[in-house]
Design a protein around this ligand. Sequence first.
Ligand SMILES: NC(=O)c1ccc[n+]([C@@H]2O[C@H](COP(=O)([O-])OP(=O)(O)OC[C@H]3O[C@@H](n4cnc5c(N)ncnc54)[C@H](OP(=O)(O)O)[C@@H]3O)[C@@H](O)[C@H]2O)c1
Length: 280
Amino acid sequence: MSPAANGSNGSNGHGVAVPTPKPLDLVGKTAIVTGSARGIGAACALELGQRGANVVVNYTSAKSKGPADKIASQITSNGTGAKAITVQADVVANEGQQALVDAALSLSSSKSINILVHNAGHGDDCYLTDVTEDFYRIQTDINMKAPIFLTQKALPHMPRSSRIVLISSCSARMGVPQQTVYAASKAATEAFARVWATELGQSRGITVNCVNPGPVATDMYYASSQEFLDELKPLVDSTPAEGRVGEVGDVAPIVGFLCSEESRWVTGSTVSANGGLLFH
Ligand SMILES: NC(=O)c1ccc[n+]([C@@H]2O[C@H](COP(=O)([O-])OP(=O)(O)OC[C@H]3O[C@@H](n4cnc5c(N)ncnc54)[C@H](OP(=O)(O)O)[C@@H]3O)[C@@H](O)[C@H]2O)c1
């Protein structure tokens, strides 16, 4: 995890990270961040916790228990009074979704869920000719089905001014080879944001937005084949903001903003967190 994931995304000009003060604008709010033991989700959980929110830290694999516990303890010791709980749950399963909702309600003194960040995702690469029904199902279950049915379960507990954020990918729009299923499932999250912004806006006072990262230095990115990473390199080098892979600390503060009161007039948007890659 980059230093930025710990809220140290500034520099003193000598290459030494310095803490960036966060606004304490989420004190009293309760958040669920799916897939938050590592990668982008962990950085989002820490960001929301640093802004004072109580956070449900979710993971699914046994090996992520230790990292999840560490994220939760960083949140509970960050000095804001934020609470955190870890939940091992598969976001695709009904009982997993219910466990996340129940955990959030147990953290919230008002029995409310104010923030839902759909971060858990799966992204394998495969040429069109090799896609199998299992490959299709695994990715679409996590990237599309889980956000729909977890949102359904959380909604009855989400008061006005609540926030939903989905994590898309620049792949949704770029035509990257081997991403038939991943790209389509991520494009779906951008569609969810637009449809749900309308359905949940005036009636429920909830904003719904998508954040669109480019390549980010996480386990998911480095799990790609060398062939895929080599194909991607010219694109990474051409990133308008800087010719590099993104860090989780480039993404989490955008999610933090979209969870804040100040983002009240932003809904149905897909916000770039990709250094401008989508201009290509
Ligand atoms: N990294 C990139 O280059 C990049 C670029 C654009 C968009 N994104 C998107 O950003 C999000 C996070 O990606 P990342 O790179 O941080 O991924 P990552 O490092 O691979 O982490 C994925 C997280 O999702 C969790 N997860 C997977 N399946 C789950 C399930 N069924 N139930 C609950 N949790 C589950 C994992 O839990 P465990 O820890 O228990 O395994 C893990 O915490 C994804 O939606 C991804 O599509 C990533």
